[in-house]
Design a protein around this ligand. Structure first.
Ligand SMILES: Cc1cc2nc3c(=O)[nH]c(=O)nc-3n(C[C@H](O)[C@H](O)[C@H](O)COP(=O)(O)OP(=O)(O)OC[C@H]3O[C@@H](n4cnc5c(N)ncnc54)[C@H](O)[C@@H]3O)c2cc1C
Length: 427
């Protein structure tokens, strides 16, 4: 039996919240049932967080999302699978196509792919993504209620009674179902009906290194190199994580996308090992250096470290790296020095102090505990009608569109399931 005149409150008008509201509106329109959907946003406009993404271009998804790369990857895989089945069941998905891509296609967004499958709107502006979302929401009767900072979500006092949203300014709102989509930054200020959560810490940001190693990074401030970077812990020679990409030295330490990705796993005291030779092992590098040494010394006579590394590394990088081992780059290099030099160039170690600047981090690791939710619906297990999506959950992914992809996908699943629950009279 269908219920009439139900209300759905979405807390947070960011990526997950807007996707949830549109999915709920879609469901209600298709089923022809009346659902009042309000997005409560603490800011004076929805979607500001989307505008800041991808340097203002919004890397909104990735062509090759791999659930294993997310924190709590099993949970994410189940949720993405549930969304696929749901989209196929509603006839809104195209076989073999990602539901997130189907969603944006249905809203009229056109995009293109860059390196590593990163997807950006063709218009190259994040506002293009927000525009189609707002139009999509308006077309489904979604109300944007801005300047509404939700302080607490009180659970229903008895079965079938509504949730109560308490705003910071004292205003109360009732809703039959709620989607928590407030992101990771402000989650700690929200009393989310007692849903358990893990402490949140900023990740996907630059790393600072210990004072001793800052002598090098200060000298190389703003220099970019392509390298393989590995995160090493204790005496274990197996890296905790490894990435290839562009590394940028900064006065405080290291930045660049590959460092952002390592920052998800880094702990103070870990070491970042920089391989300047594109993943060559130290043995391979020693052999390369040996033959290079032979060729160059035949032509130029005795070589200094600087002579040997000229054309292989940027001169400032070569100098700083060699000097870090108290070797004068103008000293002559002997054949017997090459194995140690190869070790240095393939595993130049810097000790991690921590996240350099939380303000530069793209996501929070931690949030609502995934065990508390049903991965097939994103409903809180002990609270019928209460759903959660996006970064509010203890899910984060690497750079490259993963985090927004999760926000849209989880928002779509939570919104559709919330509406379906109300339509079916579950609440
Ligand atoms: C600078 C930057 C660049 C990024 N670039 C990318 C990128 O290119 N690609 C990518 O995949 N990811 C990127 N990310 C990460 C991505 O933006 C987030 O993972 C994603 O926005 C999370 O979506 P969300 O809806 O869960 O949370 P948010 O986008 O944070 O949205 C939450 C919304 O809820 C509102 N809100 C919070 N608390 C309350 C409350 N109590 N009451 C009412 N409203 C509330 C907030 O104001 C906000 O509008 C970037 C992040 C940053 C900071």
């Amino acid at each position: 039996m269908e219920s009439q005149g139900k209300t759905l409150a979405v807390v947070g008008g960011g990526a997950a919240g807007l996707a949830a509201a549109i999915a709920a509106g879609d469901f209600a329109q298709k089923r022809g049932f009346s659902l009042d959907i309000a997005v409560y946003e603490r800011d004076d406009r929805v979607g500001r967080s989307i505008l800041a993404t991808g340097n203002g271009r919004c890397n909104f998804s990735n062509a090759c999302i791999d659930a294993e790369r997310y924190r709590n990857g099993d949970f994410v895989a189940e949720a993405l699978g549930a969304l696929e089945r749901l989209s196929a069941g509603h006839g809104s998905g195209e076989p073999g196509n990602d539901p997130v891509h189907g969603f944006f296609r249905s809203l009229g967004l056109v995009w293109r792919e860059e390196a590593d499958g990163r997807q950006y709107p063709l218009a190259n502006k994040a506002s293009a993504v927000l525009d189609v979302l707002r139009a999509g929401a308006a077309g489904r009767g979604v109300r944007e209620v801005c300047d509404s900072d939700v302080a607490a979500i009180d659970p229903p006092r008895k079965p079938q009674a509504p949730f109560t949203l308490r705003m910071v300014n004292g205003v109360l709102k009732r809703a039959d179902a709620v989607v928590i989509a407030c992101g990771g930054r402000t989650l700690s200020a929200l009393d989310a009906a007692g849903v358990p959560r893990t402490a949140a810490k900023p990740v996907l940001g630059p790393l600072s290194v210990c004072e001793r190693d800052r002598v090098v990074t200060r000298e190389l401030d703003n220099i970019r190199v392509r390298a393989r970077v590995s995160l090493l812990r204790g005496d274990d020679p197996c890296p905790v994580a490894a990435e290839d990409g562009e590394l940028m030295f900064r006065k405080y330490g290291l930045s660049g996308i590959c460092i952002f990705d390592l920052s998800r796993f880094a702990l103070p005291g870990d070491r970042v090992a920089v391989n300047f030779l594109g993943g060559r092992t130290s043995g391979e590098a020693a052999a390369d250096l040996e033959s290079r040494y032979g060729r160059l010394s035949q032509r130029f006579g005795r070589l200094t470290y600087g002579d040997l590394l000229r054309g292989l590394l940027l001169p400032r990088v070569a100098e700083a790296v060699v000097k870090s081992r108290f070797i004068n780059p103008y000293n002559h290099v002997e054949s017997g020095d090459l194995p140690a030099l190869a070790e240095l160039l393939t595993g130049f170690g810097l000790e991690v102090e921590g996240i350099a600047d939380p303000g530069l981090c793209q996501v929070r690791r931690g949030g609502l505990a995934v065990d508390a939710l049903d991965s097939r619906t994103l409903q809180v297990r002990d609270a019928a009608g209460l759903f959660a999506a996006g970064e509010a959950l203890d899910v984060d992914g690497p750079c490259g569109g993963y985090n927004l992809h999760w926000a849209w996908a989880s928002g779509l699943l939570a919104g559709a399931c919330a509406a379906a629950g109300l339509a079916d009279g579950d609440r």
